[in-house]
Design a protein around this ligand. Structure first.
Ligand SMILES: *Cc1c(COP(=O)(O)O)cnc(C)c1O
Length: 427
């Protein structure tokens, strides 16, 4: 599918007057379109709820948009829990799916009334040592089936090599122990494959979880109130990929529900999801300016963003499509490495990429940074975090997170010792 930016060069030229590059910009219209499509796809399930994976885009202004669709938030850290609290989410709208969890984070999740989703059976006594013997009425467990998870189109992942979740035997024992702690309603969760660009993933996962829940329901006589399909629904980062159709995915889960859960007398189970990437990735872009060109053994375009603003290419070799704004219709007849300023040779947004001729001053639009983009930022080489902007449906632009400053960078040093010098730089 042709990848088209949600802003034009003209619009970016207007925006940079107030907000210098680099920045991440998010498209409210696209976010709302997808949120509504997700709601519609699962409307057949009365209790359905998406718990937006906060780690994808931990910004309260984005979370506020999600709340218009009655979505909750999937959290795995203190800061993510606090973000959910400050935007006004109640406990039923907070899923705490953490691992290697510090005690204070369980204490906070419990105080907020969040739904606690346990990653391991040993966390039951650990939790009891923090909150006491009386557990919340509703709790959940994360399942890891081990082995290889494979779909018919060849997409696979390796749960047997992943640190998350419990074995089936542990899971059954965990539910029995939780029941003894007074838990009345249970959830079952699994995340078996990441960024699946296929409509098959959720239905296949749902089938496995539904069957397992039916077996456990029968064996232990416990009530499952929800099954959580977690994240993993992907987006087409590459132009040759077909996007997922969430309506088809929702219908696929519906079929499994009718085949497995309804006959087991479990037709009241709510379906939960924890999508991050699918909700946000295509509706964010990193906008950066070409500031250097270099001709040595290869052709390099140096830009004012770097891997500290978008880590995925450096970390996973991930592909992010690049559009040179204003040159959408020019031939891609130049081969470039598009690189940032880090003193690391993997700081490359694109390698051997065919693009139109780039001139200094051109704006490059790096696609699909709306999830796991800004949020994976870091400060290596003393690089500062860029701003996040929200393009509203009416065309106005709001800065929803300012760019980091030197003062932020110095904030964790004892500033009294360096304050005078630092002030010179702020002028
Ligand atoms: C990262 C994560 C998600 C979101 O995954 P996406 O691939 O962004 O949809 C959901 N749940 C858990 C537990 C996660 O760790």
């Amino acid at each position: 599918m042709k990848k088209t930016p949600f802003v034009t060069r003209d619009k970016i030229e207007e925006i940079v007057k107030d907000h210098p590059t680099p920045f991440h910009i998010y498209d409210e219209a696209g976010i709302r379109r997808t949120a509504q499509a997700v709601k519609d796809a699962f409307a057949w399930n009365e209790g359905f709820r998406e718990y937006f994976a906060v780690k994808a885009t931990p910004n309260p202004y984005i979370m506020k948009i999600m709340q218009d669709y009655d979505f909750g938030f999937d959290c795995s850290s203190e800061a993510e829990l606090v973000l959910s609290d400050v935007v006004g989410a109640d406990g039923a709208h907070i899923m705490f799916t953490s691992n290697e969890t510090p005690a204070r984070e369980y204490a906070l999740a419990h105080r907020l009334g969040a739904i606690i989703n346990l990653d391991d059976i040993t966390h039951i006594p650990f939790l009891a040592s923090i909150i006491g013997d009386e557990f919340p009425e509703t709790m959940s467990c994360r399942y890891n089936p081990g082995g290889i998870f494979q779909l018919s189109n060849g997409i696979m992942d390796n749960p047997g090599d992943s640190k998350y979740g419990m074995t089936k035997e542990q899971l059954i024992e965990a539910y029995a122990q939780m029941k003894a702690h007074g838990v009345k309603h249970f959830g079952l969760h699994a995340f078996l494959a990441s960024n699946t660009v296929t409509n098959e993933y959720y239905p296949e996962l749902a089938g496995q979880l539904f069957e397992l829940a039916a077996v456990i329901h029968k064996a232990l006589g416990i009530h499952f109130s929800f099954i959580n399909l977690s994240g993993g629904v992907g987006v087409p980062y590459r132009p040759d990929q077909e996007p997922n159709d969430i309506a088809v995915i929702g219908e696929g889960v519906h079929q499994k529900f009718d085949e497995i859960l309804v006959p087991a007398g479990m037709g009241d189970v709510a379906i939960y999801t924890e999508m991050g990437r699918f909700m946000m990735a295509p509706y964010g872009a990193l906008v950066t300016k070409a500031i250097h060109e270099k001709h040595i053994y290869k052709e390099y375009i140096g830009v004012d963003a770097c891997a500290a603003n978008l880590m995925r290419p450096a970390m996973y070799g991930a592909y992010h499509h690049v559009t040179v704004l204003g040159k959408e219709n020019e031939p891609c007849d130049h081969r470039y490495d598009v690189v940032g300023a880090l003193c690391e040779n993997n700081d490359k947004f694109a390698v051997d990429r065919m693009l139109p001729k780039i001139d200094k001053g051109d704006y490059l639009y790096i696609h699909d940074t709306g999830a796991h983009g800004s949020s994976m930022g870091y400060n290596y080489n003393g690089r500062l975090w860029s701003a996040e902007l929200l393009l509203h449906t009416d065309g106005s632009v709001q800065e929803i997170r300012r760019a980091e400053t030197l003062r932020d960078y110095f904030a964790t040093f004892d500033q009294t010792e360096f304050a005078d010098k630092l002030m010179d730089y702020e002028k």
